[in-house]
Design a protein around this ligand. Sequence first.
Ligand code: DSN
Length: 415
Amino acid sequence: MDYDQVREVDPEVANALTNEVERQRSTLEMIASENHVSEAVLEAQGSALTNKYAEGYPGARYYAGCEYADVVEQLAIDRAKELWGAEHVNVQPHSGTQANMGVYIAMLEPGDKILSLELSHGGHLSHGHPANFTGKLYEVEQYEVDAETGYLDYDGIMEKAKAFDPDIIVSGYSAYPRVVEWEKIQEAADEVDAYHLADIAHITGLVAAGEHPSPVGIADFVTGSTHKTIRAGRGGIIMTGEEHKKAINSAVFPGTQGGPLMHNIAGKAVGFKEALQPEFKEYAAQTVKNAKVLGETLKDHGLSLVSGGTDNHLLLIDLRPSHPDTTGGDAEEALEEVGIILNKNTVPGETRSPFNPSGIRAGTPLLTTRGFDEEATRKVGDIIAKVVDNYDDDEVKAEAAGEVADLCAQFPLYE
Ligand code: DSN
């Protein structure tokens, strides 16, 4: 990855690109929503399809010259149907948020009601946060996880649904480490005659591989990101039944987007093909095993996990019980110094601010892509605990940085 042609035209950008590859190679990336896509996916995303306008859908475009765009988009759709078993798939959303927007615009009117999980309890901006279009266009009521257990409170969701009478209930989360019982949320939606949108952005790959139960066939709409655990080209996806096909397609284009990003759709098609191979199931299973081992290791070192552990690819660490004077920002910064990249995160019952909250979130999708097994992941847990314990001790951080460098060398990336 030398970016020779970019370098000839624009050395400043070329340097930033090669530095970014080097940064990813030489640090342990643990942001739960990220992944390292294959070089095949990178190549597809950098293809000449970026030049093509293809408003419309395969076989029904507004412009000429779409024959290869049609091939690529149809392959992405067919493969997605095979991966997730949905009747209808739209692969055009530019992101997970755009996918959610497609559903809201298709099914709701401004002023309609959304019931969703509160952001600091693991929800997402596009589920109704006041700073997001959802919070401005719709009336929003939010549910929370159980304060004691950190698990979703399904009875509480049912109660809120009855009291608020929403038009849509949103499930699926950004920082929830446990299995989601989709049927229970569907029961609440049925009770109040609301639609159910399951946003599986984080767990698309786990659902496709059978490592997490699927909401497809339960919820009316399933949205996702295509670059997280599924490890395909960057963007979003909407899945639904035949009955909503027309409404969803019209809401994406022309409702909320113009020309689809065909190069990204090519990256989705290639990544979906990779995810249909048997090795992907092993990858997803190992991602979950690694997350569990990471959680156990951190607990052995005295750290507290929201809900006490994980069933999926991520962990939410509440620093308050073990390190009352250390903020998520302190921990994020010290870990970045040693080459472990994760994010500060709010925790349920947050007592600080979203800008410097009380927790950190860590995921194993990227380490697992590099080939980390349980033993190597345990070492990462040891390093994280040591750095959090000694976040202002330069000697400890220098030792940790050396250990991170050794692990990066042992599990090379983009060779
Ligand atoms: N930014 C993503 C995450 O980190 O969860 C969600 O959009």
